[in-house]
Design a protein around this ligand. Structure first.
Ligand code: FAD
Length: 318
């Protein structure tokens, strides 16, 4: 079933969904099941699985020279999606990025997803690789998520890259995209960013999942701006609890989001890691309660492997 069909069928009830990461290479699918088993009682209609492209690492040779090698530390996105659908009977949403893929690679990856019965895909550009200053598209690959969305929409219409393919199989992908309540860090301003969000929706994207944020006002303002542009697609808020003190600095640095003053003050007042965790949980609970009151279609949790914290939040908002 499509993610958007779940939103339509929920009759105003706020659904719960999760994002998980593939385990580091060398891990097992059991790591994923151990993470998800306790979360299944919250009946997520879908679970997102992130995609991680290759990263450069430097390996030291005996001679003293360093060799630059590209490795994928967290492969397995598609296999995990298939395993989740098979074991739990819920939809799995693979993230598909532009970086590292030629258009041909992208098309072939989408054909695999279609053949596996995976209907929902979050279409993203991806970030710069480690040691790269800015995102560089793969030669022959898509430069922006917008191009990826258009490619998927073409396949949904039965059109493939090869112009000789006539009456091609029409895929039926439900396309999700990323949204940034605090603006994507590269965009010169919010209007610019919103313009391309609107373009992605016009190109065929059906729903938006937001970047994590810690101030609900940012989300509500973002939704209002999107609606002002005529974007009617469901906008799913992404929630990540603060669980460690160092995240006050690391999350803004990595995700380009602000920490509200009240949250910073509370965290700085706390004396122990346990007290800090309680503050993070309370903050997320308050965010979720308000989102539910406002009737958001779904709350999407960035689990980052921390089932315990997510479970506590979910129990508190039931
Ligand atoms: P785009 O929509 O391409 O936008 C990138 C920038 O370019 C923006 O500043 C936008 O305003 C601008 N722009 C867009 N289109 C155009 C255009 N046609 N011309 C000029 N400018 C344009 N990364 C991963 O590697 N793997 C994941 O699994 C993953 N999952 C994510 C899930 C969510 C919910 C979110 C919010 C992010 C995720 N990311 C993931 C990170 C994402 O790849 C980065 O945020 C990336 O920098 C931008 O991706 P995008 O799809 O928003 O890009």
């Amino acid at each position: 079933m499509k993610v958007t069909d779940y939103f339509s069928a929920s009759k105003g009830k706020t659904l719960i969904s999760f994002e998980i990461l593939p385990p580091l290479k060398g891990g097992s699918i059991k790591d994923i099941f151990n993470l998800l088993d306790p979360l299944m009682e919250f009946k997520p209609p879908f679970i997102d699985v992130t995609y991680h492209r290759e990263e450069f690492v430097y390996n030291k040779h005996q001679s003293g020279y360093y060799e630059k090698t590209a490795i994928r530390k967290r492969p397995g996105t598609v296999g995990i999606c298939a395993a989740i659908m098979n074991k739990y009977g819920v939809e799995a949403v693979p993230h598909l990025i532009c970086g590292g893929f030629t258009r041909e690679d992208t098309e072939n990856a989408l054909i695999d997803l279609d053949f596996l019965g995976i209907k929902n895909v979050l279409a993203l550009r991806g970030d710069a690789m480690t040691f790269e200053e800015k995102f560089t598209p793969t030669p022959g690959g898509h430069k922006y998520a917008l191009e990826l969305v258009r490619h998927m929409a073409e396949m949904n219409a039965g059109k493939y890259l090869d112009p000789n393919i006539e009456n091609g199989n029409k895929t039926d992908f439900c396309i999700g995209i990323a949204g940034y309540p605090e603006k994507h860090f590269e965009a010169p301003n919010m209007d610019f960013d919103l313009h391309y969000t609107e373009e992605k929706i016009k190109a065929g994207a059906a729903y938006i999942v937001t970047q994590m944020y810690f101030d609900n006002k940012k989300y509500f303002d973002y939704v209002a701006s999107c609606r002002g542009l005529g974007i009617k697609a469901p906008i799913v808020p992404g929630i990540k609890p603060l669980t460690r003190r160092y995240q006050l600095a690391s999350i803004p640095r990595k995700f380009f989001v602000n920490m509200p003053d009240d949250l910073v003050k509370e965290v700085n007042k706390s004396q122990t890691d346990e007290a800090m965790l309680e503050i993070g949980i309370e903050w997320s609970v308050a965010q979720c309660k308000e989102l539910i009151k406002e009737g958001v279609p779904c709350i999407h949790f960035y689990t980052m492997g921390d089932v315990h914290t997510i479970t506590r939040i979910l129990k508190a908002i039931q």
